[in-house]
Design a protein around this ligand. Structure first.
Ligand code: NAP
Length: 283
């Protein structure tokens, strides 16, 4: 079997076109969705992520404000900026790019963002809303994975999903979203005793670890859906995921590539969340 590709670029284009249309509808009613992106310091990867987010805003008609600060910015000054943006009616989403410099408590900063503008979905209130099935913002990366499953018409009901990784921004919210769609979910992590025994039972596997070749062909049930969240560099310095793509695609039914899979979907879902925040602000 050769797996079919779930193309994150193509799906992103389609979803961003829908976002653009809804943004235009809101603008016609006098509301322009606005996203504030705060970058502290000069981490090269963060600069690329932030640039891509601002570009996606431009492409979809969302107003963006990029605030860049020296790494010496104090925690108090950053908290004050977040508070000001919480009260700014032209801003519907606030994103503080992580990681922050060591002297700033990232948790404190995230918790300072109004849950109504927490378009990254990292606030404890957003996590709690997801946990109990109430409306709130879903973290963009796992939300993008759900959209990818929807795009192939995959019904999760009664399926066994294995999530590898238990971070607060990917693994745990991913597991909750799959559970909400009636999958039976297993969460694996670095202390899982026999990963292969579990992945071999899975109808859906989400790899969110940050290590190459965590998932190889011998660990995958024929026909399974494999979503690769990982972002790593191979020996040639090229971007690759957690999944041994060439091997696993011979066994899986569906697979996401890296690059061109989950990555673009993450930014697309940030646009969706920002748009929805603006729509909610109209009541
Ligand atoms: P993280 O916070 O470092 O979490 C990694 C998780 O993997 C942890 O739960 C860890 O277990 C688990 N793990 C480590 N080694 C393992 C192993 N050998 N077997 C099974 N589980 C193992 O990372 P993250 O923030 O969730 O990100 C994961 C990956 O996704 C990274 O490559 C990141 O760059 C990428 N990512 C991509 C996007 C995107 O847009 N495509 C967005 C976010 C993240 P413990 O909890 O036991 O330590």
């Amino acid at each position: 079997m050769t797996a079919q590709l779930i193309d994150g670029n193509a799906l992103s284009r389609q979803l961003r076109a829908e976002v653009s249309q809804r943004v235009a509808n809101l603008k016609a009613r006098g509301i322009t969705p606005g996203l504030a992106v705060i970058l502290v310091g000069d981490d090269p990867a963060s600069q690329v992520y932030v640039r891509n987010k601002v570009k996606a805003c431009e492409d979809t008609g969302i107003h963006s404000v990029l605030e860049k600060y020296e790494s010496s910015l104090s925690e108090a000054a950053l908290l004050a900026r977040v508070q000001a943006l919480n009260h700014d009616p032209t801003i519907h989403g606030i994103l503080v790019q992580l990681p922050l410099p060591a002297h700033i408590d990232a948790h404190k900063v995230i918790e300072a963002i109004s849950p109504a503008k927490d378009v990254d979905g990292f606030h404890v209130a957003s996590a709690g809303a997801l946990m109990v099935g109430q409306p709130g913002f879903w973290p963009c990366t796992p939300y993008g994975c759900i959209k990818m499953l929807e795009s192939i018409g995959y019904d999760l009901k009664g399926k066994h999903a294995v999530v590898i990784g238990r971070s607060n921004i990917v693994g745990k919210p991913m597991a909750l979203m799959l559970l909400q769609r009636d999958a039976t979910v297993t969460i694996c992590h670095s202390r899982t005793a026999d990963l292969k025994a579990l992945t071999l039972q899975a109808d859906v596997i989400v790899a969110a670890v940050g290590k190459r070749h965590v998932l190889t062909a011998d660990m995958v049930k024929p026909g399974a859906v494999v979503l690769d969240v990982g972002m790593n560099r191979n020996d040639e310095g090229k971007l690759c995921g957690d999944v041994d793509f060439e091997g696993v695609r011979q066994v899986a039914g569906w697979i996401t590539p890296v690059p061109g899979g989950v990555g673009p979907m993450t930014i697309t879902m940030l646009m969706v969340n920002t748009l929805e925040s603006a729509e909610r602000s109209t009541g």
